[in-house]
Design a binder for this molecule. Structure first.
Ligand code: C5P
Length: 414
């Protein structure tokens, strides 16, 4: 886990009964050496006093956008710039709606607009408020804006009901914060090796599945675990490359020294790849990108109608990220994967040509002992005038061998 010492964390407490848990969170953060400043909304002060949070954070609480005394000490813009991370905790339905729609009429909403610090939202509300279509729409807007959503959990609620909407416990929020700093700082805390076959190279890699939303609660996806891509990212880092890993939804730990960018859908993935491709010498498309996505994403949960036994969802093709990368000028040395269930060699060679890439790594996913979700893999790599087969091995071992091959082919291409 990443160290939290000397991190600057701005907690924004909004109105909800779960606010009573925030002093515990502040105390734990301070135990880890984190500097904490607290902002409270008017609603929050109905549940907990500023004095409590001042006592545990060691700093006066900010609660007013237009308070001349507070502005003279540390103004709201300064506060917005000061933070390494902003956590809205608990985030009420109203706070989520205001954030999603860009309000700027109190300290909380203005701060969140006036910052380029990452913002994490920790929802806490009654289960029906959480599942309400308006809240779900707002949460999707926040996700699309790049906000992190932590929770909610399921369980008994202060209102006596049971369901999704409970705030994560302070210990779980602390873990999320540690994971967040682990992911974003690993590049700085552990530089790439100063020697190795890929020393000085920038490598961009996609991994994991993508999720294509059908409605606020359902999606299309596949069984990719992300293990092969994460193992390749780790092996490339060990070989001296600066690695950026664009990961679809998967719960694997970020390899040490690798910069990770989390995405959900194929279009998110393409956007993230487009943002980082300018610096890349090598691109590896290892993600199992969904080929299609629903033409329309329903704003509300789709209901079963009486007497209808069939449902038709119209799909549209997703962008081919790998082919798009390979068509750029200049294009990085591009490597793809081909997961096939039959006629593996022919399909792989055809894909190598069609996508305009330099190397393709093919595996037979009809065998459950290898490929998707398994720990081992057997592959054959093809390039324009050669091929190489690799014996069954753990994905970690195979990743090292594949990175060796990729670095050799890359060297020959420049
Ligand atoms: O066409 P197919 O999905 O079989 O190709 C697999 C290769 O193409 C993988 O390397 C995958 O990461 C990449 N791909 C992509 N964007 C898509 C589909 C596949 O980058 N939309």
């Amino acid at each position: 886990m990443a160290s939290l010492s000397n991190r600057k964390l701005l907690l924004i407490v909004t109105g909800g009964i779960a606010a009573y848990k925030t002093p515990e969170l502040v105390r734990r953060l301070r135990d880890h050496g984190t500097e904490v400043r607290v902002v409270m909304t008017k609603g929050a002060k109905a549940f907990i006093t500023p004095l409590t949070l001042q006592a545990v954070s060691g700093h006066p609480v900010h609660d007013d956008l237009l308070d001349p005394a507070a502005e003279a000490a540390m103004g709201h813009i300064e506060l917005a710039r000061w933070a390494d991370l902003i956590v809205v905790v608990p985030a009420s339905a109203s706070a989520i709606a205001r954030l999603a729609h860009g309000f700027a009429d109190d300290l909380f909403s203005t701060l969140c607009l006036a910052t380029d610090a990452p913002i994490a939202v920790v929802p806490a509300m009654n289960r029906l408020m959480w599942s309400a279509p308006a809240t779900q729409r707002n949460v999707e807007l926040l996700r699309a804006d790049g906000k992190l959503i932590w929770g909610p959990a399921e369980g008994s609620q202060a209102c006596g009901e049971v369901g999704a909407g409970r705030m994560l416990e302070p210990s779980q929020i602390l873990e999320q914060i540690q994971t967040f700093f682990g992911n974003t700082t690993s590049l700085h805390s552990e530089p790439a090796a100063t020697s190795g076959a890929l020393h000085g190279c920038q490598l961009l890699i996609t991994a994991g599945p993508t999720r294509e939303a059908i409605d606020p609660v359902r999606y299309l996806s596949n069984h990719s675990s992300g293990k092969m891509g994460f193992a390749l990212a780790a092996a490339a880092h060990a070989a001296g490359a600066q690695v950026t890993l664009v990961a679809g939804p998967c719960s694997l730990a970020t390899p040490n020294g690798v910069t990770r960018v989390d995405v959900t859908s194929a279009t998110d993935m393409q956007r993230a790849v487009a943002e980082h491709i300018g610096h890349a010498d090598i691109f590896i498309g290892c993600a199992a990108v969904a080929d299609f996505r629903p033409v329309q994403v329903a704003g509300q949960k789709m209901k079963k109608s009486q007497g209808e036994d069939h449902m038709v969802i119209e799909l549209v093709k997703n962008p081919d990220i790998l082919a798009w990368v390979a068509a750029q000028t200049p294009a990085p040395f591009s490597v793809g994967f081909a997961a096939e269930t039959h006629d593996v060699a022919n399909y792989a060679k055809e894909k190598l040509q069609r996508k305009g890439i330099q190397l393709i790594i093919a595996n037979d996913v009809s065998d459950p002992a290898i490929g998707f979700n398994s720990d081992d893999n057997t592959v054959t790599a093809y390039w324009a005038d050669g091929e190489q087969s690799f014996a069954t091995a753990s994905k970690e071992r195979l990743a090292e061998q594949l990175i060796d091959l990729i670095s050799q082919r890359y060297e020959q291409s420049i």
